[in-house]
Design a protein around this ligand. Structure first.
Ligand code: ZN
Length: 244
């Protein structure tokens, strides 16, 4: 499994950056998890847009879906150029009817995931946890049978994450706030909360993402280190981890 950070900012992209988007690859299968603002531009520095095999969305906030529309245009244009009849599946939940409907376009198709069931796409098995967020949002546990990634998407802290993230190799955690802040009403976590989950769940590596655009984000790592002894990294566009 190869994980690439395509976008890591919360709310809006930093200059030259992108909001939430992560690329997961295994064998020849490429899955894009969320498609935030600026992510299509970043993605094209890494892979051809037609290399995508599927997209999955945690929820329909702009900083997670802003580039779905332009991704649909990109697939339309590239399908003409390459004379391709391929349709890109975009998995989303159906608790936002308008949001889900918008996933279907000429060369893309919205496909509903049922959060209580395991979704199989390519080599990946995906289970879901409903997060604490102002709108329906789902975190994901994604495994290829050997390596496991847990993505909290957007969430306030809750103890259910301990079990959901248990022994995962990688945990990408919402870290939109510093330790001295309270993100709970906004539906986000602090550096400390992500680190406590990483510790209790015994994950291999904690990746702090959905980052704030103020103060020094390196402080988020220093704060998290007080609560988790394992490996901690700050997300940045283009960072890659691979584990087989
Ligand atoms: Zn959100």
């Amino acid at each position: 499994m190869k994980i690439t950070i395509v976008g890591c900012w919360g709310g809006y992209p930093a200059p030259g950056g992108a909001t939430s988007a992560y690329m997961l690859e295994k064998d020849d299968f490429t899955l894009l998890i969320d498609a935030g603002s600026g992510s299509l531009s970043k993605l094209q520095n890494m892979r051809h847009v037609m290399d995508l095999d599927a997209v999955i969305l945690s929820h329909y906030h702009h900083d997670h879906v802003a580039d779905i529309g332009v991704l649909q245009y990109a697939w339309l244009v590239q399908s003409y150029i390459h004379e391709s009849n391929e349709i890109l599946p975009i998995y989303g939940h159906t608790e936002d009817k308008e949001g889900f409907k918008s996933l279907t376009h000429k060369k893309t198709e919205g496909v509903a995931y049922e959060p209580s069931e395991t979704l199989e796409t390519g080599p990946f098995s995906i289970t879901f946890l409903k997060t604490e967020h102002p709108v329906p949002c789902y975190g994901m546990r994604i495994t290829d049978g050997r390596t496991t990634l847990v993505y909290t998407a957007d969430t306030a802290f809750k103890e259910e994450w301990y079990e959901f993230a248990k022994d995962a190799d990688f945990l990408i955690a919402d870290c939109n706030f510093y330790e001295d802040q309270d993100g709970s009403s906004a539906g986000h976590m602090t550096s400390k909360e992500g680190a406590v989950i990483a510790d209790k769940a015994n994950v291999g590596k904690l990746i702090l993402s959905h980052l704030p655009q103020y103060r020094d984000n390196n402080d988020l790592v220093k704060e998290a280190e007080q609560y988790f002894d394992g490996s901690i990294e700050l997300a940045a566009e283009g960072l890659v981890w691979e584990k087989s």
